[in-house]
Design a protein around this ligand. Structure first.
Ligand SMILES: O=c1[nH]cnc2c1ncn2[C@H]1C[C@H](O)[C@@H](CO)O1
Ligand SMILES: [Zn+2]
Length: 370
């Protein structure tokens, strides 16, 4: 058992300008959770999809409807973003705009996840959906580069945990791994749908030397995390916030880690933490603000913590805003933000040499110049 005591490693909290200018890495970003409200409204009008709010109220509606304190209710709001992402041109548009929005926010590397099986209602095949999203990513990257905000972006293909398409989507990941797809994920309601339901997909991916993350420890506790790591072999954990259930905070000599928490820390398993999203779904009991989020404790204990938005639309957030919330809650300085960012870059599903190049040639020099 080890305990560390610091919160922020530097005395001075980062300024809002530094936060905005800082290079960022977004590992946990849902493509269908980051659609611009104006784009939802525009496409909905074109296809005749009825929306629950007027265009100028839509952003507020999503943030409000997603803040019920329950993950299943949070997920219901995706009905409206998924509905406007059924044609190839709309998938491409949403992907392109996401890339541009992330790049404008200082994100230099992003993995965009989405579930191809939810985008077949317009008659597209699974490969066609992936190619449409890739076309949008390519366009967005080219435009961002021309604007002086270059960004590297990969697709993570998600299988919905309540459905039975895990293996098919895993095969799609392998089919497209040299054409923009960097990994696999499962998402959706966690309670009642344990990771093990998709074991066949995970075993296939491991045989194929492919990478995957699993949403676990968000709306269910330690058994979900244990399965994701020990039965399924996840490279990273989506959220993983409930790992605090395996840390005894009342121990006399400081926080005491249980076996699973120790394993995750010792193996440097990345935690894709999403503070605002976790507040909205009440992922942790008695959490009233970001200051109550376990991210501060987990950072102090040396877990490989990363900072993410999850869903920019549903949380009305950006990477800069999530970073700023942490600065306000924990007094983090630029060294702390750099630590999160380097952690994320180390954990990316990108070849090692490319990760290293982004850390040494982009992230570190740009932090040094803040
Ligand atoms: O935080 C989440 N937990 C579980 N599932 C999620 C979360 N955010 C989005 N999703 C679901 C809804 C989307 O339609 C799907 C694919 O991005 O993933
Ligand atoms: Zn998520």
């Amino acid at each position: 058992m080890t305990s560390t005591s610091t919160s922020a490693t530097t005395a001075k909290p980062a300024t809002p300008e530094q936060v905005l200018r800082a290079p960022k890495v977004a590992l946990h970003e849902h493509l269908d959770g980051g659609v611009r409200p104006a784009t939802v409204a525009d496409i909905a009008e074109q296809i005749g999809h009825e929306l629950p709010a007027a265009p100028d109220q839509l952003g507020l509606w999503f943030a409000d409807a997603a803040s019920s304190g329950s993950l299943p209710r949070y997920l219901e709001t995706f009905e409206h973003t998924v509905a406007v992402m059924q044609r190839a041109e709309d998938l491409a548009r949403v992907a392109k705009e996401s890339v541009l929005d992330l790049a404008a926010d200082g994100v230099v590397y992003a993995e965009l996840r989405w579930a191809p099986e939810q985008h077949l209602a317009g008659g597209l095949s699974l490969p066609e959906t992936v190619e449409a999203v890739q076309a949008g990513i390519d366009e967005g990257r080219a435009e961002a580069r021309a604007e002086g905000t270059p960004i590297v972006v990969g697709q993570l293909l998600t299988a919905m945990r309540h459905a039975q398409h895990g293996l098919e989507i895993a095969e799609l990941v392998v089919q497209y791994r040299d054409r923009g797809v960097c990994g696999f994920d499962i998402a959706g309601a966690e309670d009642g749908f344990p990771p093990i339901l998709h074991l066949e997909a995970f075993e296939y991916l491991r045989r194929e030397n492919a990478h995957f993350t699993i949403h676990a420890g968000e709306a269910f506790g330690l058994p979900s995390i244990w399965q994701a790591i020990q039965r399924c072999g996840a490279d990273r954990l989506g959220h993983g916030v409930r790992i605090i259930d395996d840390i005894d905070l009342a121990a006399a000599d400081g926080p005491r880690l249980g076996r699973l928490a120790s394993y995750i820390r010792d193996k440097r398993i990345p935690l894709e933490m999403c503070p605002s999203s976790n507040l909205q779904t009440s992922a942790v009991p008695n959490m009233r603000s970001v200051a109550d989020h376990p991210i501060g404790l987990l950072k102090d204990l040396g877990f490989r913590v990363t900072v993410n938005c999850d869903n920019r639309l549903m949380s009305g957030t950006t990477m800069s805003r999530e970073m700023q919330l942490l600065v306000d809650a924990f007094g983090y300085g630029t060294d702390d933000l750099r630590w999160f960012t380097v952690n994320a870059m180390k954990s990316a599903f990108l070849p090692f040499d490319e990760r290293l190049a982004l850390i040494n040639d982009v992230i570190k020099p740009r932090y040094a110049a803040l």
